[in-house]
Design a protein around this ligand. Structure first.
Ligand SMILES: Nc1nc2c(ncn2[C@@H]2O[C@H](COP(=O)(O)OP(=O)(O)OP(=O)(O)O)[C@@H](O)[C@H]2O)c(=O)[nH]1
Ligand SMILES: [Mg+2]
Length: 308
């Protein structure tokens, strides 16, 4: 896929968010100077775009103290905001790097129900097999019967082996087996799917802890990457998901899915500002090529509809 293809996907993905922002900013600036009430309106629209109270206040301050040569136009304000949003996002722009000295490199995938865990695993499997790595998928969602099948379909599609137990089996046992197989067969990368769990279910969160413990028994440095998969359509609830998963399990990075179906893409700004966790990739569709590396500048520009 060319850079242009990526950019047009990002543009389409964020079009609902950018339409909302553009309309709000235009309304805020309508026939007005950049006075306090205009700044209030600007701040409000940033908050309703899910950027969070704190980031919105920060951005408002930046606009207020900016020295524009003349009264800024709609476009000037948008470029200015895009640059400042990119500054917030830049520190979390971090590709998902596989350390080849870890064999297998272990990725544990976690998140609430339906956030796109299994789909993301399929997309990652495609990317890494294309890079020439051997990838083993571990069907750690033993809770939902169809989950194993769903992962198997991704395995078939990407040519990756899938290790599964019967539905209802202990996921920690499955993970133990998968890592054993990967070691024996010299596999580069193991990606572990887990059942969706709501962040307020302490019992299910404890199960994740158990899975990690079993992994560490086999390799003290693993899991090497603990991904939390988020769904952009839930908006502010993503903040509580990060908080709770971080508390009971380990989280080393985020993937934000369903940006294509959401007017709430601003949530990434809120997350970056609050948690500073690496954002490795974003999902902009259900297909196998719909996972993009996260790029702060491109994201910020497209959030504001500045893409040509
Ligand atoms: N539009 C869109 N849909 C997505 C994206 N990622 C996943 N989906 C869809 O979201 C639904 C749930 O995806 P799954 O991958 O099954 O989510 P999950 O987190 O594994 O779900 P559970 O295992 O039930 O917790 C599926 O219909 C996916 O096709 C995305 O980036 N954009
Ligand atoms: Mg799943």
């Amino acid at each position: 896929m060319t850079q242009n293809d990526w950019l047009s996907r990002l543009k389409n993905g964020l079009s609902r968010t950018s339409a909302h922002l553009n309309e709000g900013i235009a309304q805020a600036l309508k026939n007005k100077n950049l006075d306090e009430s205009t700044l209030d309106d600007l701040e409000d629209i940033l908050i309703t775009s899910d950027m969070g109270v704190s980031a919105a206040a920060k951005l408002r301050d930046e606009v207020a103290k900016a020295k524009f040569e003349k009264e800024p136009s709609f476009k000037d304000i948008k470029y200015f905001l895009a640059a400042k949003i990119a500054d917030i996002l830049k520190p979390v722009e971090q590709p998902l790097l596989i350390d080849n000295s870890k064999k297998p490199f272990v990725i544990l995938v976690q998140g609430v129900n339906g956030s796109g865990k299994t789909t993301t695993i399929g997309k990652l499997a495609k990317i890494f097999t294309e890079e020439g790595k051997s990838v083993l998928l571990a069907a750690g969602d033993t809770f939902r019967a169809a989950a194993i099948e769903q992962l198997q379909i991704w395995g078939d599609r990407t040519g990756c082996r899938v290790i599964s137990h019967t539905s209802g089996a202990d996921p920690a046992g499955l993970v133990f087996d998968a890592l054993g197989t990967a070691r024996r067969d010299n596999i580069d990368l193991v990606i572990i799917d887990t059942a969706g769990r709501l962040q307020n279910r302490d019992d299910l969160m404890a199960e994740l802890h158990k899975i990690s413990r079993v992994i560490r028994k086999l390799d003290q440095t693993a899991p090497h990457c603990c991904l939390l998969i988020l769904d952009a359509t839930v908006g502010q609830n993503a903040l509580s998901q990060v908080e709770k998963f971080q508390k009971t399990s380990q989280i080393t990075g985020l993937v934000m899915n369903k940006l294509d179906g959401s007017a709430r893409g601003g949530i990434l700004v809120s997350l970056a500002e609050k948690f500073k966790l690496p954002v490795h990739a974003i999902g902009v569709g259900e297909g196998e090529d719909d996972l993009m590396p996260f790029n702060a500048e491109d994201f910020a520009k497209n959030l504001l509809g500045l893409n040509n």
